[in-house]
Design a protein around this ligand. Structure first.
Ligand code: 5BU
Length: 264
């Protein structure tokens, strides 16, 4: 069962090259922390990624909120990914038919597939969305997470929707490497999905707009998720991002160690 194995052991067995490299990175750097860098200025985003880079395995972007986006931002972020040893995840949440998402993923201003190691998609449209993204992403060695659940109050992604999403992931395992999920699901033989979880906070539980934050211990140790995604807990006004990132890195890693020890 993947929940009981270390990231390093899972890396050795993983068939998707990007997921394998990502699991190796987590093991090497001893971090399961992803920074959700929701900043609207290029300079601020670069500064934050540089400060927090040493503590994270994954930089999660919403590239369309950056007001002065240009190719140089992408070049600088990819250089920082090399410098600090992290990967990049554009949280694009694709949600259209296969043909349209192919264009959205490859073209336009952002050309997401050209720089983002990982992206994600809703399964609302059915499996065509995965096939469209896969056409573009697979030759570039990219990979996909499916939104099986969301962290927000009242989400409709639950029950049968979640179950069908997991089945779709199994069908396209060469490209779909995991989920945005609030807990780990039961493995079927040969499964090794990576579970990434937003809605993580050490100090607060809600933002007044539907976001629900849980403690890393609950998310990683008790609910079996692999990666904690943290935004405002790290960079909100008055916080020292490097200091907070270190706190989250330690909390996430401790929870993971406890999980694999508990289950061994
Ligand atoms: P926060 O500042 O830690 O609340 O940021 C959470 C980030 O994760 C933010 O970028 C959201 O867009 C993202 N997110 C989420 O909060 N909940 C979800 O279910 C999904 C993404 Br999918």
């Amino acid at each position: 069962m993947s929940a009981t194995k270390s990231y390093g052991e899972r890396a050795k067995l993983h068939s998707n090259p990007t997921a394998k490299a990502f699991l190796e990175l987590m093991e090497r750097k001893k971090t399961n922390l992803s920074l959700a860098a929701d900043l609207t200025s290029k300079a601020a985003l670069i500064e934050l990624a540089d400060k927090v880079g040493p503590y994270i395995c994954l930089l999660k972007t919403h590239i369309d909120v950056v007001e002065d986006f240009d190719q140089d931002l992408v070049d600088q972020l990819t250089a920082l990914a090399k410098k600090h040893d992290f990967m990049i995840f554009e949280d694009r949440k694709f949600a259209d038919i296969g043909n349209t998402v192919k264009l959205q993923y490859s073209s336009g201003i952002y050309k997401i597939a050209s720089w983002s190691d990982i992206t994600n998609a809703h399964t609302v449209p059915g499996e065509g969305i995965i096939r469209g993204l896969r056409d573009i992403g697979l030759p570039l060695n990219r990979c996909l997470l499916l939104l099986a659940e969301m962290s927000s109050a009242g989400t409709l992604a639950k029950g049968d929707y979640t179950t069908t999403t997991v089945e779709l992931a199994r069908k396209y395992k060469d490209f779909v490497v995991g989920f945005i999920a609030m807990r780990r699901y039961e493995d079927k033989e040969g499964d090794d999905f990576i579970y990434m979880t937003p809605g993580v906070g050490l100090d607060q539980t809600t933002d007044g707009l539907g976001q629900q934050w849980k403690h890393p211990e609950v998310v990683v140790r008790d609910l079996g998720c692999d990666v904690i995604i943290v935004g405002r807990g790290i960079y909100d006004q008055g916080r020292d991002p490097a200091h907070e990132a270190q706190r989250y890195q330690e909390a996430g890693w401790k929870a993971y160690k406890e999980r694999i020890q508990l289950s061994n």
